[in-house]
Design a protein around this ligand. Structure first.
Ligand SMILES: C[S@@+](CC[C@H](N)C(=O)[O-])C[C@H]1O[C@@H](n2cnc3c(N)ncnc32)[C@H](O)[C@@H]1O
Length: 187
């Protein structure tokens, strides 16, 4: 899907870090633009689970109001340290080194960007951390023409669960021919 090639300055700096580190699983522009769009509708605290090189946090910050807070956790301490340097002058973004559960003290969240596959399996825990009307964005699915979704001959039970759980209104959205994400809003 085409999108403008220009990106906000902060996003550009995080993409530079991705290149320096050879980190290839950073958020795509299309997903980033969606994150910024959703963040602009949010107040309170937004969370990213799995910071990587900070691309998702930078997109969230580019869309969110200055009064909103963005918190992000990265398991790899050296990666988290590099990203903390990039955001050192950004008052409303905090990068934490540690497991994603270390962010629980900042809940409830108005948006959670989940970018670690295993974490997506913890739907009950994530549902409890959201405020009513809070949005979850789950990245990195392979588009499937089937229901339930099938990938490599197996039902994608995680995606199936998010798209059918009664606590959420949810939709899958293709962001390119080879990638989709799920957006789920807490009732
Ligand atoms: C797909 S990358 C994240 C990309 C990033 N969100 C972006 O926008 O570019 C996943 C990251 O999650 C981190 N990670 C894996 N398990 C984690 C956990 N339990 N808690 C926090 N971070 C975790 C990995 O080290 C990796 O850097």
């Amino acid at each position: 899907m085409p999108s403008p090639v220009d990106v906000p300055e902060l996003v550009s700096r995080t993409l530079d870090l991705s290149r320096q580190r050879g980190f290839i699983t950073s958020t795509r522009h299309e997903t980033g633009r969606l994150l910024a769009t959703l963040a602009a509708s949010r107040t309170g605290t937004l969370a990213e689970l799995g910071t990587g090189t900070g691309v998702g946090s930078a997109w969230l910050a580019s869309g969110a109001a200055k009064e909103a807070r963005i918190v992000s956790a990265e398991l790899d301490p050296s990666l988290a340290e590099d990203v903390q340097k990039i955001f050192a002058d950004v008052d409303n973004v905090d990068i934490t080194a540690g497991d994603w559960t270390s962010l629980e003290g900042f809940a409830p969240f108005s948006l959670i960007f989940v970018d670690v596959r295993e974490v997506m399996e913890d739907i009950d825990h994530l549902a409890d951390l959201l405020e009513p009307g809070g949005i979850v964005v789950l990245d990195d699915f392979m588009p499937s023409p089937h229901w339930p979704p099938i990938v490599d001959g197996q039902v994608d039970v995680v995606r199936e669960q998010w798209l059918t759980d009664e606590r959420f209104a949810a939709a899958e959205m293709m962001i390119s021919v080879d990638a989709s994400l799920v957006i789920a809003t807490r009732r």
